[in-house]
Design a protein around this ligand. Structure first.
Ligand code: DAH
Length: 342
């Protein structure tokens, strides 16, 4: 009697189906609730003779598992689908705000420098950071025993068969452009340079430069001076004065270093300019005829000037950053200070 009931229920449960979530719930109540068919079987089970209890008990358990599995899988098929999740999306909710980054101070100053030179007719040229001896030293008239060629100043990558190194200045881009271009040439070359220096507040093993080069017929030192005065006054204000002091670079003759009047004390002398009223900003000069020759340009026809300056230096003068390491530490509190300078 109970066996027949079990078999009949088994058949029934095997073929159950449901049209919606509510129908699944109805099936659960019908078979698995306290008053459901399977609980009813337990009532009948009490009167099963002891020797059959084991067999019948097992069958009731199997039936219960079957019903549970069937109903669960029906339930799953009506679980909330991805579509209904999309329907429930609140498209009017405020989005999680993205924090906008700020431009790096060195990029801000570099762009400003390049804009000023672009307005004077200079175009931008770039070159590789990994260079050979020819472009960094040899073509630029460095004698073979020049101290810059020492391991102490330059990072060498390999020394055989030719020296491959990290460029120590962006003057190497001059050579690359002159080798390929007929004058007139009027370029500025921004980029990163490397030197084998101990890192401190005042020195770093990498920094950034902008190199300038103008090659044409009849270029004179006074052209150079005028361009640099124009640059200084646009970068640091129209009251800015410049002065040129004689200096030495292998690739220029004559060579000079340029100072600008201290914009903190207006030239009177203060702690920043060490009482002199002047601060140094760049090196410059007339391109040495040896350099023109090395790059395939006839020094009898063409002459030119070059200048080079550090972007960190200009940035320090503009924003009074005291520690060079700040530029590469990615401290967002520091970087955010330049938010408005963009
Ligand atoms: N290359 C020099 C340096 O790294 C800077 C420089 C000085 C570049 C004088 C020039 C120049 O073009 O004429 O210190």
């Amino acid at each position: 009697m109970i066996l027949e009931k079990i078999n009949a229920l088994k058949e029934e449960i095997n073929s159950i189906s449901a049209a919606d979530k509510q129908a699944v719930e109805d099936l659960r109540i019908k078979y698995l609730s306290k008053k459901g068919f399977i609980s009813q079987l337990m009532v009948d089970f009490r009167s099963v003779p002891a020797e059959m209890k084991r067999e019948i008990g097992q069958k009731i358990n199997e039936l219960k598992n079957l019903a549970t599995d069937k109903i669960n899988s029906l339930k799953e098929s009506f679980a909330e689908s991805a579509d209904s999740e999309i329907e429930n999306l609140d498209l009017t909710r405020t989005a999680t705000p993205y924090e906008l980054g700020t431009r790096h101070p060195l990029s801000i100053v570099k762009n400003e420098m390049l804009d000023i030179f672009a307005s004077m007719g200079f175009t931008i040229a770039e070159g590789p950071e990994i260079e050979d001896d020819w472009h960094v030293f040899e073509s630029l008239n460095f004698p073979p025993d020049h101290p810059a060629r020492d391991m102490q100043d330059t990072f060498f990558i390999s020394r055989n068969p030719v020296d491959i190194l990290l460029r120590t200045h962006t003057s190497s881009v001059q050579t690359r452009v002159m080798e390929k271009t007929e004058p007139p040439i009027r370029i500025v070359c921004p980029g990163r340079v490397y030197r084998n220096e101990a890192i401190s507040a005042r020195a770093h093993c990498f920094f950034h430069q902008v190199e300038g080069l103008y090659i044409d017929r009849n270029v004179s030192f006074s052209d150079l001076k005028q361009v640099l005065l124009g640059f200084a006054q646009r970068m640091f204000g129209p009251e800015t004065n410049i002065r040129l002091r004689p200096s030495y670079f292998p690739f220029t003759e004559p060579s000079a270093e340029m100072d600008i009047s201290c914009d903190i004390c207006g030239g009177k002398g203060c702690a920043f300019c060490k009482g002199t009223g002047w601060v140094e900003i760049l090196g410059c000069g007339m391109v040495d005829p040896n350099v023109l020759k090395a790059c395939g340009i006839d020094p009898e026809i063409y002459s030119g000037y070059a200048f080079g300056m550090g972007i960190e230096r200009i940035t320090n003068l503009k924003y009074k950053v005291k520690d060079l390491r700040m530029f590469s530490e990615n401290d967002s509190r520091f970087l955010r200070e330049f938010e408005s300078a963009r």
